[in-house]
Every structure is written in structure tokens, then in C-alpha cells.
Design a protein around this ligand. Structure first.
Ligand code: 5AD
Ligand code: SF4
Length: 470
């Protein structure tokens, strides 16, 4: 890894921020320039937006949610499914009117969608009012790109990037959204090439951050009072590959867990092919790690899993779950599922249904297959009509709804450790999440906000638990 050139690069970006400050001050309609940053997609995008906001703060921006008062609008986009892409194009199109009302407004589109040449080209061609388009590898160069737009009064479209832009850079500014939960990226990219997935194409090869850098950021977050820190990566279970110092994900978890403080740790996403018994042992014996694991299985059928290039089968998945539940009887499991993968039959889909009945997940993220440009599955024969897939999808939702309702009802009478985050303005109750990430509401005073409370669950209603502080 060529770390040496990178601090210099960051200093250069910092100088661009300083140069932009007076320019934006003059362009601003109010006393300070205002930025609106809208984030689509997953937590990785949320983390990228926090870096962009860090840069914007350095440039002197304040933030707004109102499109009509913003001097700068950025959409950080997602390409995971066609629907996500369509939505962004629709919303970008709607900005045309904002620009008409405020010609000095600067509009930028970045993220996974912008990384793909086809989409970048479509914006270039059909959305002339967009000033800046940049891909996922260019987030670190955002000040330089915005500077180019401002100084040269021209449109800038930059995706792909140099090799150097794919190497890890430390020390980028981060402006977190406040609250008590923080995201901490431990690795970037993905090497798995699941046949349906666009992520390896838009986020590049897998790269792990050095454990010292992660631990330093983690300690800072704990010291700043964050109560829940979520470690992020596309496949956290393969953390450490390629680092000089030999370390795996379980070892990283143990290292972070030993940091003293009143907080809890979550992580996502885990790939079952790299999940180990050591990982479950680590969670079970830890002080701070939630007994909750998001372990996407995608399909319960071995033929479909093979076609998806997932590198595990149903039995391997179930054996992991059996071991994990044996170690942690209170373990909460969640998963992602794809319905209607090309060539999937109804019988094969029924294997997915039987797996969710067997495992009893707390909740599921369910998707109908969406062909993504450049992936292997895009070219596979896909004879089942969408309406048919939709019926299977409904069956899946109904099955899971009954399971989740039962799991919630089973929690009545139990004690839960809840991180209290806010007061629900509608009913005045304090509102927080259990370790299994289920919402609990209960009566209490404001001093509890931002702390952990022990709550006895008294009622389960519409996926929200009600309780009493113990
Ligand atoms: N179609 C439908 N769902 C997809 N996912 C990823 N790619 C696709 C696709 N092409 C789902 C997977 C993944 C989650 C983040 O999104 O379930 O785990
Ligand atoms: Fe996140 Fe994947 Fe969407 Fe990119 S394409 S924002 S990595 S979910």
C-alpha cells in the first residue's frame, strides 16, 4: 500500500476547501451558504455522505433540508436495484425547477449510480442543469471537483478514478448526524461477485483499514459519547485479508470490545461463507457486542445459491445458525432475501420459505430480483413473469409477518437493555432500541435520552414493543 502520497493529497483537498469558502460566501443567498445532502441506499453511502458533509463544513456550509433555500444540493445515490436508480433519476429531474428559480444553485450527483458510466453519461446528456457528477472513488476529491466547477464555471463528470483513488486514505473529515449512533467503516469494496450484485462493479476491490486506525477512531467515538457503534463493510467476515499484520474479524472485534466504556457494538454485513464459529464465540463472550447478527442467506435452495455464486449451501447456513443459537439462546437473526432469481422455480422458492420458518428471523429485508447492468445474472434466462414473482414475494411477507409477530409476543415479560434515543412526539413516550434492534417505548424523563435503560416489555403491538423501566 502506498500510504506516503496520501497525507499530501488530503492537505491539497483541505486547501481547496479554504479556497471555496470565500467563493461560496459570495454566492450564498443567506448569511452563510447552505447545503442539502440527500443519501440513498445503504450505510456505506451514509458513511460517505458524512465525509462529504465534513468537507462542506470545512468550506463554511451550514445544512438544510429545504431544497428551495439550498445553495448546493447533492444526491448520494444507490444502484443496487433498478427501482433505486429510477427514483434518483426522477428526483434529480425535479431539481430542474429549483435551478430555474435559483440559477446560482449548484447540483451534484454522486455515489454508486454515478460510478457507472452509463448513468453518468445519461446525466451528462439529459440533465444539463447538474453541475457535478462523481463516483464512489472520488469522494475524497470532492473539494477539488467542486473547486473546478466554481472556478471554471463548467460541468465536471468524474467516475472511475486513478489506482491511487482506490487505496485507503485516513484522516478525511467526518460530520456525523449527531444522535447516539455512529457508523465506522472497517473495509471498502467487495470481492465476492455474487452473480446478481452490482456492488463489486461500483465499489471496487476489497480493502481493509488497518486495525490501529479503526481502534483510534473507535476510541474517539466512545470518548465523544456515542453509545452504539456499527462497524461497516460489504463482507466484514473477511476483514483483514491483505493486511501486513495478520488479523481476522473476530480478533478485531475482541480488540475493540476491550476498550472500556458504556456502549454497544454492531456490525454489518456478514457473509455466511466467511462466518466462523470463532465469530459466534467472540460475540457470546464479549462485553459490548449485541447478540444480533445480520446474516443474509438470499435463498434457501442449493441450486439457486450456486447460481448466485454464494459459496455456501443451505446446510452450511443452518449449521452456523444452530451453533450460534446454542451459544446465544437470546440471539436475534436478520437476513436479506432475493425472490425470483433468474430460473428460480416455485418449488425452489419454497425452500426459502421453509428456511425462514426453521430459523425464525427477527426481521427480513426482502427484494424481488432486479437485473443489474454488467452482472452475470443480467444475462441469465428469466422466464417467470414479474406478477408471479410478486405473488411469491407476498407469500414470503405473510410468512415472515406471522413469525415476527410471534417473536415480538414472546418478548412480553422479558427484560431488555434499551438504548434510549428520543421522545416520540406523537405519544410523548421515550423511544429506543433493544439489542435485537426492535423499537421499545416507555414512560420516563429526558435525562434517560442517550443512556441505556433496563426495560420490562409489557406489550407487543405493530412491531413496536411497549414497556416499563425497571
Ligand atoms: N436484485 C434484487 N436484490 C438485490 N440485492 C442485491 N442485488 C440485488 C439485485 N440485483 C439485495 C441482496 C443484498 C441486499 C443489500 O440487496 O439481498 O443482500
Ligand atoms: Fe450501498 Fe450497494 Fe446501494 Fe451502493 S449499490 S449505495 S453499496 S446498497
Amino acid at each position: 500500500m502506498r500510504d506516503t502520497a496520501l497525507p499530501f493529497d488530503l492537505e491539497r483537498q483541505n486547501r481547496f476547501c479554504e479556497d471555496i469558502r470565500p467563493i461560496m460566501q459570495v454566492r450564498a443567498r443567506g448569511s452563510r451558504p447552505l447545503a442539502l445532502v440527500r443519501t440513498y441506499g445503504c450505510q456505506q453511502n451514509v458513511a460517505d455522505s458524512e465525509i462529504i458533509k465534513g468537507f462542506l463544513a470545512q468550506m463554511g456550509f451550514d445544512f438544510t433540508e429545504n431544497e428551495d433555500e439550498a445553495d448546493f444540493i447533492l444526491f448520494n445515490t444507490c444502484a443496487i436495484r433498478e427501482h433505486a436508480v429510477d427514483r434518483v433519476f426522477g428526483n434529480v429531474g425535479a431539481l430542474k425547477n429549483c435551478k430555474r428559480r435559483h440559477p446560482s444553485l449548484i447540483i451534484a450527483v454522486c455515489g454508486c449510480m454515478a460510478e457507472q458510466e452509463k448513468n453518468a453519461e445519461r446525466i451528462r446528456r439529459s440533465y444539463p442543469f447538474v453541475n457535478l457528477v462523481f463516483g464512489t472513488h472520488m469522494v475524497r476529491r470532492f473539494p477539488e471537483l467542486l473547486h473546478d466547477v466554481l472556478i471554471n464555471s463548467r460541468r465536471v463528470v468524474k467516475n472511475g478514478g486513478e489506482e491511487e483513488d482506490r487505496e485507503i486514505v485516513e484522516g478525511l473529515p467526518v460530520l456525523r448526524d449527531g444522535g447516539y449512533r455512529a457508523w465506522l467503516t472497517i473495509m471498502y469494496g467487495c470481492d465476492n461477485f455474487c452473480s446478481y450484485c452490482v456492488v463489486p462493479l461500483v465499489r471496487g476491490r476489497e480493502r481493509s483499514r488497518k486495525p490501529e486506525a479503526i481502534e483510534a477512531e473507535f476510541r474517539k467515538l466512545v470518548a465523544e459519547g456515542y453509545k452504539e457503534i456499527t462497524l461497516l463493510g460489504q463482507n466484514v467476515n473477511s476483514y483483514g485479508k491483505g493486511l501486513e499484520e495478520p488479523i481476522n474479524f473476530s480478533e478485531l472485534l475482541r480488540r475493540l470490545d476491550s476498550v472500556p466504556g458504556d456502549y454497544r457494538i454492531r456490525f454489518m454485513t456478514s457473509h455466511p461463507k466467511d462466518a466462523t464459529f470463532e465469530l459466534f464465540d467472540t460475540i457470546a463472550s464479549s462485553q459490548h457486542i449485541c447478540h444480533h447478527i445480520h446474516l443474509p442467506f438470499q435463498s434457501g435452495n442449493d441450486r439457486v445459491l450456486k447460481e448466485m455464486n454464494r459459496h455456501y449451501d443451505r446446510e452450511k447456513y443452518l449449521s452456523l445458525v444452530r451453533y450460534a443459537k446454542e451459544k446465544m439462546p437470546d440471539l436475534s437473526l436478520t437476513s436479506d432475501i432475493i425472490v425470483g432469481f433468474p430460473g428460480e422455480t416455485y418449488e425452489e422458492f419454497c425452500d426459502t420459505l421453509s428456511l425462514i420458518r426453521e430459523v425464525e428471523f427477527t426481521s427480513l429485508f426482502t427484494f424481488i430480483f432486479s437485473p443489474r447492468p454488467g452482472t452475470k445474472a443480467e444475462k441469465m434466462e428469466d422466464p417467470v413473469p414479474y406478477e408471479e414473482k410478486n405473488r411469491w414475494f407476498q407469500e414470503l411477507l405473510d410468512t415472515q409477518e406471522a413469525i415476527a409477530a410471534r417473536r415480538c409476543a414472546d418478548m412480553v415479560g422479558k427484560e431488555e437493555r434499551v438504548l434510549v434515543e428520543e421522545r416520540n412526539p406523537k405519544n410523548g413516550l421515550l423511544c429506543g432500541r433493544t439489542e435485537s434492534s426492535i423499537i421499545v417505548e416507555f414512560e420516563g424523563d429526558d435525562t434517560k435520552i442517550g443512556t441505556f435503560c433496563r426495560v420490562k416489555v409489557t406489550r407487543a403491538r405493530n412491531w413496536i414493543l411497549q414497556g416499563e423501566e425497571i
